[in-house]
Design a protein around this ligand. Structure first.
Ligand code: CAA
Length: 242
């Protein structure tokens, strides 16, 4: 199946982002994985997948404008944007610093604005676009020690619905996927005794796999998924139902 679509996955070199890139690769898209932190991890990703990468800070508005223009210049207009990049700075509000708050809001939520601002005009002009924002069960349900992350992730769900309204008449769909606890570095960083208690609350009795999330993302990006917009697919093993 040949797709001439260009897909950008933020935070694409590891975790759920990497899995999304690999699913796209199976579908034959041109993929660009963005990253910011670890050059070593990105090198491993390139060596193992041969997927293109671009290093920039999705939390910086001007940098996103420039990076998306360069990606477009190199591979063509961006048809698909997956806003996946995210960080945690978990602490109870008693211990959370203003920087912990700002960093999480900037990287997890403001990044969605920055990236959508950079790609939306061209999608609108070309009357096609797929934007998927990665939310979280912890935005939907709240989580002890995560006022910053829960606020950012629930913000993503509102952002998704509002932008879906703006994109609809231009063939741009905007959806969210809300993962539960997935077996990634981010989740493995949760203290073991806390994580054991969390897993005990998951009806499926296990952590999710990154591919469980990636498959839903690829489905939402299909040309034929053009009536699905403003929705959230929750993939959490039954951990939170609403
Ligand atoms: N519910 C109720 N009380 C809780 C609690 C919970 N879930 N977790 C901790 N507490 C209580 C403790 O029992 C303790 O109470 P006392 O003071 O009365 O003894 C108090 O809170 C302090 O707890 P800690 O000693 O654990 O405090 P800490 O400052 O060392 O750590 C924490 C607090 C940072 C929240 C730590 O418990 C933690 O990391 N929790 C995990 C948070 C989490 O689930 N993060 C998800 C990361 S992965 C992710 O976010 C991906 C995704 O999208 C799903």
């Amino acid at each position: 199946m040949a797709h001439n679509r260009v897909a950008v996955v933020t935070g694409g070199t590891r975790g759920i982002g990497r899995s999304i890139c690999e699913e796209f690769q199976d579908q034959d898209y041109t993929i660009v994985a963005t990253y910011h932190g670890s050059e070593e991890q990105a090198q491993r990703f390139r060596d193992e997948t041969s997927i293109h990468t671009w290093r920039f800070d999705v939390g910086d508005y001007d940098v996103c404008q420039k990076a998306c223009a360069e990606i477009t210049g190199t591979w063509g207009p961006i048809d698909i944007l997956i806003n996946n990049a995210g960080i945690t700075r978990d602490a109870t509000i008693m211990k959370m610093t203003a920087k912990d708050w700002d960093d999480v809001i900037r990287v997890n939520l403001t990044s969605c604005f920055n990236m959508c601002k950079a790609v939306f005009p061209s999608m609108r002009q070309r009357r096609f676009g797929r934007i998927i924002n990665i939310g979280s069960i912890n935005g939907q349900a709240g989580q002890y020690g995560q006022v910053n992350y829960a606020a950012a992730k629930e913000g993503i769900h509102g952002f998704t619905k509002a932008l879906a309204l703006e994109g609809a008449k231009y063939g741009i769909t905007v959806n969210a996927v809300a993962p539960g606890y997935v077996n990634t570095e981010m989740v493995r960083a949760v203290p073991e005794e806390v994580l054991d208690k969390i897993i005990a609350q998951i009806p499926m009795g296990r952590l999710g796999r990154a591919q469980d999330i990636a498959r839903a993302v690829v489905f939402l990006c299909d040309e034929d998924a053009d009536f699905t917009t403003g929705s959230t697919i929750s993939i959490n093993g039954g951990h939170h139902m609403y």
